[in-house]
Design a protein around this ligand. Structure first.
Ligand code: T4K
Length: 416
């Protein structure tokens, strides 16, 4: 293990020569992908409900046991189209502890996102807080299965039913996960997946809405293609939400390797568990033993009162070592524009969100990460925590010196 003075933040050599990212894409079999791209070029059918899109839709429906999968160009557009298709308007209850695309998909169409606090044990919407926020203007709930872990679907379904609200799920993180014995993708009015390059299963860019509602699926298919029901026949307002054939080809190839991606994520997760054991103030968010999971996020909570060092110091230590850990979803959507201007006091109702945004640290995983990488990453964290006092002192001396340098008056140009 390095001495404190050898840490990269203080001028030592970084633990990694190349950057290790959160969200490094998993890539399936290259030959199969190139074969499919050749097919696509020979066929000259590049987009608009092409054969690869149709094949991927049928395969996802079979995998999730859901009646309809409607592929789209990305998860954000899928959320926007779904919100419109189910008739959301007025106010919609949504977590603030999520990627900003979740509330943006509502605000983009002038639906007001009403931010609701999370349960700190699960990081997902707290159903007790949801009930308190319902007003006569509320038309729905947009809940997020954060970090691949399902929300309290039963409680949210009961609230939506009792109060006659639409219930949709942002399942961007939760592809190939289950809630009990039923796959995510089958709940609420519909669910949305993201297949962005940083997701463990990706289509370069892409997303999907899944639903068991035939009429809704039909509407979604119209809306993602400008409302065209046939040549020259537009029967609905729509936009361009179509997935292209190149993206679908990437998805089909990735789907063949899905079990390998998940096994790798689980193996990495278990390595983190092993190397982080006993580190004070560090807890690794657990995955459920009853639900099936894709293990795609390695999420730590840093409790400064036990670790002796704030999450942000650890983040900087890691970045200096070329480990590009992330503090998703700091600072919480309610502290980003336009929401912080619209709702400057939203934080008063979001104490758990604010607390969590200060504690979470997300670490790299996926097929680009090995056991050796994980051991080295955990060593940096251990170093940071075991030497917290010395590191903070060195840090403040270094920062004071930098401040003094900046405080020096600018040199007066010499007279000509
Ligand atoms: N709802 C939720 C809950 C979401 O998490 C997301 C997306 C959405 C909705 C919207 O779905 P999409 O419209 O995106 O389909 C990323 C992703 O852009 C975003 O898709 C994701 N969530 C979010 C959690 O993370 P950034 O700004 O951190 O991503 P980006 O593109 O800077 O990538 C992060 C790192 O990954 C890079 O620094 C390097 C590495 N990387 C990235 C790409 C794209 C690679 O190594 N190769 C790559 O091709 O937001």
């Amino acid at each position: 293990m390095k001495h404190v003075t050898d840490l990269a933040i203080f001028g030592g050599t970084p633990a990694f020569t190349e950057k290790l990212h959160v969200g490094r894409p998993n890539i399936g079999n290259r030959e199969k992908l190139l074969e499919r791209i050749n097919d696509m070029l020979d066929r000259r059918w590049l987009t608009n409900n092409g054969p690869f899109v149709q094949e991927l839709e049928r395969k996802i429906e079979a995998r999730l046991g859901v009646k309809h999968c409607v592929l789209m160009c990305n998860g954000t557009i899928a959320l926007e189209i779904l919100a419109r298709a189910v008739g959301l308007k007025g106010e919609v209850i949504v977590p603030s502890f999520t990627f900003v695309a979740t509330p943006h998909s509502l605000q983009w169409q002038e639906i007001t996102p009403v931010f609701c606090d999370i349960d700190p044990a699960t990081h997902t919407l707290d159903p007790r807080r949801v009930e308190e926020l319902i007003t006569p203007r509320t038309t729905g709930i947009l809940a997020v299965h954060l970090w691949s872990r399902p929300c309290d679907i039963d409680a949210l379904t009961a609230i939506a039913k009792k109060r006659n609200l639409k219930l949709i799920f942002d399942a961007s993180h939760a592809f190939d996960c289950s809630y009990g014995s039923r796959m995510i993708g089958n709940f609420g009015d519909a669910e949305v997946f993201s297949f962005h390059g940083t997701k463990f299963f990706n289509t370069l860019e892409g997303g999907a809405v899944t639903t068991n509602d035939d009429a809704l699926a039909k509407k979604l298919r119209l809306m993602k293609n400008f409302g065209f029901a046939g040549y020259d026949d537009v029967i609905y307002i729509g936009t361009n939400g179509k997935m292209n054939e190149m993206c679908a080809a990437m998805g089909l190839v990735g789907l063949d390797d899905l079990s390998h991606f998940i096994t790798t994520n689980q193996r990495n997760y278990e390595s983190y568990q092993r190397y982080l054991r006993g580190l004070p103030g560090v807890s690794l968010l657990p995955y459920s033993e009853v639900n099936r999971s894709n293990y795609q996020y390695v999420v730590l909570e840093i409790d400064e009162s036990l670790s002796g060092i704030h999450r942000d110091y650890l983040l900087e230590l890691l970045h200096a070592e070329n480990v590009i850990a992330r503090r998703y979803f700091y600072p919480g959507c309610h502290r980003m524009e336009p929401y912080r201007s619209y709702f400057p006091h939203a934080g008063l109702l979001l104490p758990e969100t604010d607390k969590m945004a200060q504690r979470v640290l997300v670490l790299p995983t996926g097929t680009a990460v090995s056991d050796e990488h994980i051991k080295a990453i955990c060593n940096v964290l251990r170093q940071g925590i075991e030497n917290a006092a010395a590191i903070k002192e060195r840090w403040s001396t270094r920062n004071q010196a930098a401040l003094q340098r900046h405080a020096e008056p600018p040199a007066i140009p010499a007279a000509r």
